[in-house]
Design a protein around this ligand. Structure first.
Ligand SMILES: C[S@@+](CC[C@H](N)C(=O)[O-])C[C@H]1O[C@@H](n2cnc3c(N)ncnc32)[C@H](O)[C@@H]1O
Length: 191
């Protein structure tokens, strides 16, 4: 479980969900073993009556089915403060790159041990925005590709939640070459 005594000393409360090895200054990393997006009890035990200022979640939602993703979106909404937000990134179904789509596909590229082997869905911007809009969030799409594969970038600040697999931060994007980006949204709970 998350260490509540530590959380109670910290303001604002900013939590990384499904962090893996990620560790960003000012953010508390959590993993599935302590904060499972599909286990409401984990959240009740971790946060009790405390609401959270921000969640950050990179390349996790594609490991949930669409139905589970919708349930998880409602759980995040419940535990955010009014005005709080979830910054969430997934592989983008419209990114026109064969190598990328081979990894992103449902079931991953093949080997059962590959981190993408349990991918359950590949989102495009419309479906991903709908998952969070239906949970009550206001949606801001900050990076995504449209149906023609055109990349859209709306200025966003890593200080509000860094997403590594993004135009700004991913080392594979050099100069005019866009090699690895994500579908990134800010889902904000109305104030
Ligand atoms: C591809 S890794 C991404 C890790 C990290 N966020 C990153 O960007 O490097 C997918 C992560 O999703 C987490 N995950 C999968 N299902 C989850 C769930 N139900 N609740 C929370 N985390 C989950 C896994 O434990 C794993 O850490």
């Amino acid at each position: 479980m998350l260490d509540i005594s530590m959380i109670s000393l910290i303001e604002p409360v900013r939590i990384i969900i499904g962090a893996g090895d990620q560790c960003w200054p000012g953010w508390i990393p959590s993993n599935k073993e302590e904060l499972d997006l599909l286990q409401p009890k984990d959240w009740e035990i971790s946060f009790k009556s405390r609401l959270v200022d921000a969640f950050l979640c990179e390349h996790v939602w594609e490991h949930l089915s669409e139905a589970d993703g919708r349930t998880a979106a409602r759980l995040c909404y419940k535990w955010l403060k009014p005005g709080g937000y979830l910054r969430c990134a997934v592989p983008d179904a419209n990114f026109p790159n064969t190598v990328y789509q081979n990894i992103a596909q449902i079931g991953g590229p093949g080997p059962k041990k590959h981190p993408a082997a349990d991918h359950k869905i590949v989102y495009d911007y419309k479906l991903f925005a709908d998952v969070f809009a239906q949970a009550g969030f206001d949606i801001d799409l900050i990076e995504y590709c449209d149906e023609q594969g055109r990349f859209h970038y709306h200025q966003w600040s890593p200080s509000l939640g860094p997403i590594y697999r993004s135009l700004l931060l991913d080392h594979r994007n050099q100069g005019a070459n866009i090699e690895f980006v994500s579908l990134i949204i800010d889902a904000r709970k109305p104030a």
